[in-house]
Design a protein around this ligand. Structure first.
Ligand SMILES: [Zn+2]
Length: 130
Protein backbone atom coordinates (compact mmCIF):
# COMPACT_ATOMS: atom_id res chain seq x y z
CA UNK A 1 0.00 0.00 0.00
CA UNK A 2 2.85 2.39 0.79
CA UNK A 3 4.46 1.68 -2.53
CA UNK A 4 1.16 2.30 -4.28
CA UNK A 5 0.78 5.66 -2.58
CA UNK A 6 4.29 6.64 -3.65
CA UNK A 7 3.37 5.87 -7.25
CA UNK A 8 0.14 7.82 -6.91
CA UNK A 9 2.00 10.78 -5.43
CA UNK A 10 4.61 10.63 -8.19
CA UNK A 11 1.94 10.67 -10.89
CA UNK A 12 0.05 13.48 -9.23
CA UNK A 13 3.13 15.67 -8.77
CA UNK A 14 4.17 14.99 -12.34
CA UNK A 15 0.78 16.17 -13.51
CA UNK A 16 0.87 19.22 -11.26
CA UNK A 17 4.30 20.08 -12.67
CA UNK A 18 3.02 20.03 -16.24
CA UNK A 19 -0.06 22.07 -15.27
CA UNK A 20 2.13 24.66 -13.54
CA UNK A 21 4.31 25.07 -16.61
CA UNK A 22 1.32 25.55 -18.86
CA UNK A 23 -0.48 27.95 -16.54
CA UNK A 24 2.73 29.89 -15.94
CA UNK A 25 2.46 29.28 -12.23
CA UNK A 26 5.59 29.22 -10.11
CA UNK A 27 7.30 26.01 -9.05
CA UNK A 28 5.79 24.20 -6.12
CA UNK A 29 7.41 24.23 -2.72
CA UNK A 30 9.69 21.25 -2.46
CA UNK A 31 11.07 19.11 0.30
CA UNK A 32 7.87 17.94 1.95
CA UNK A 33 6.79 14.48 2.91
CA UNK A 34 4.68 12.66 0.35
CA UNK A 35 1.40 12.90 2.25
CA UNK A 36 1.80 16.67 2.46
CA UNK A 37 2.92 16.96 -1.16
CA UNK A 38 -0.06 14.90 -2.22
CA UNK A 39 -2.66 16.98 -0.44
CA UNK A 40 -0.99 20.20 -1.62
CA UNK A 41 -1.08 18.98 -5.22
CA UNK A 42 -4.76 18.11 -4.94
CA UNK A 43 -5.43 21.43 -3.22
CA UNK A 44 -3.56 23.41 -5.86
CA UNK A 45 -5.21 21.63 -8.77
CA UNK A 46 -8.72 22.03 -7.40
CA UNK A 47 -8.38 25.68 -6.41
CA UNK A 48 -11.19 27.81 -7.80
CA UNK A 49 -11.31 27.66 -11.60
CA UNK A 50 -7.90 26.10 -12.00
CA UNK A 51 -8.98 22.59 -12.84
CA UNK A 52 -11.22 23.94 -15.60
CA UNK A 53 -8.27 25.79 -17.16
CA UNK A 54 -6.17 22.67 -16.90
CA UNK A 55 -8.75 20.35 -18.40
CA UNK A 56 -9.26 22.43 -21.53
CA UNK A 57 -5.60 21.92 -22.32
CA UNK A 58 -5.49 18.92 -24.60
CA UNK A 59 -2.20 17.47 -23.44
CA UNK A 60 -3.43 17.57 -19.90
CA UNK A 61 -6.42 15.39 -20.58
CA UNK A 62 -4.01 12.83 -19.15
CA UNK A 63 -5.45 13.71 -15.76
CA UNK A 64 -8.67 11.97 -16.70
CA UNK A 65 -6.86 8.80 -17.73
CA UNK A 66 -4.70 9.08 -14.65
CA UNK A 67 -7.74 9.26 -12.39
CA UNK A 68 -9.49 6.41 -14.17
CA UNK A 69 -6.49 4.13 -14.02
CA UNK A 70 -6.06 4.86 -10.31
CA UNK A 71 -9.67 4.17 -9.67
CA UNK A 72 -9.11 0.80 -11.30
CA UNK A 73 -6.06 0.05 -9.16
CA UNK A 74 -7.79 1.10 -5.95
CA UNK A 75 -10.97 -0.80 -6.74
CA UNK A 76 -8.93 -3.92 -7.23
CA UNK A 77 -7.56 -3.54 -3.73
CA UNK A 78 -11.00 -3.83 -2.21
CA UNK A 79 -12.98 -6.09 -4.55
CA UNK A 80 -12.71 -9.56 -6.02
CA UNK A 81 -14.43 -9.08 -9.36
CA UNK A 82 -12.65 -6.68 -11.73
CA UNK A 83 -14.43 -3.42 -12.54
CA UNK A 84 -17.18 -3.79 -15.17
CA UNK A 85 -15.35 -1.40 -17.48
CA UNK A 86 -11.63 -0.97 -18.11
CA UNK A 87 -10.08 2.26 -19.40
CA UNK A 88 -7.57 0.16 -21.34
CA UNK A 89 -7.37 0.95 -25.04
CA UNK A 90 -8.04 -1.91 -27.46
CA UNK A 91 -5.86 -2.41 -30.52
CA UNK A 92 -8.88 -1.23 -32.56
CA UNK A 93 -8.50 2.15 -30.82
CA UNK A 94 -11.64 1.99 -28.68
CA UNK A 95 -11.87 2.14 -24.90
CA UNK A 96 -14.79 -0.22 -24.67
CA UNK A 97 -13.59 -3.20 -22.67
CA UNK A 98 -16.41 -4.70 -20.62
CA UNK A 99 -15.78 -7.41 -18.07
CA UNK A 100 -17.45 -10.66 -19.10
CA UNK A 101 -18.05 -12.54 -15.85
CA UNK A 102 -18.66 -15.88 -17.58
CA UNK A 103 -15.68 -15.66 -19.89
CA UNK A 104 -13.38 -14.19 -17.24
CA UNK A 105 -12.02 -11.77 -19.82
CA UNK A 106 -12.49 -8.17 -20.84
CA UNK A 107 -14.28 -8.09 -24.19
CA UNK A 108 -14.05 -5.11 -26.53
CA UNK A 109 -17.58 -3.94 -27.35
CA UNK A 110 -16.37 -2.63 -30.71
CA UNK A 111 -14.38 -5.54 -32.16
CA UNK A 112 -14.85 -8.48 -29.78
CA UNK A 113 -11.18 -8.78 -28.82
CA UNK A 114 -10.65 -10.63 -25.52
CA UNK A 115 -7.94 -9.55 -23.10
CA UNK A 116 -7.19 -10.88 -19.64
CA UNK A 117 -7.57 -8.69 -16.60
CA UNK A 118 -3.77 -8.57 -16.24
CA UNK A 119 -3.33 -7.51 -19.85
CA UNK A 120 -5.93 -4.76 -19.44
CA UNK A 121 -4.19 -3.45 -16.30
CA UNK A 122 -0.81 -3.59 -18.01
CA UNK A 123 -2.12 -1.50 -20.91
CA UNK A 124 -3.59 1.07 -18.55
CA UNK A 125 -0.35 1.32 -16.57
CA UNK A 126 1.70 1.54 -19.74
CA UNK A 127 -0.44 4.43 -20.98
CA UNK A 128 -0.38 6.18 -17.61
CA UNK A 129 3.42 5.95 -17.54
CA UNK A 130 3.77 7.79 -20.85
ZN1 LIG B 1 -11.49 -3.45 -30.02
Amino acid sequence: MGELLEKLTGGLLDFEGRARVWLGAGARLGGVRSAVARSRAVGWLTESGRLESVLVREELVGLVDFALSWRLVLERLVGDEPPAWSPARCRCGERSFRWDVKAGFYVCAACGTHVSEGEASARVEEEAAR
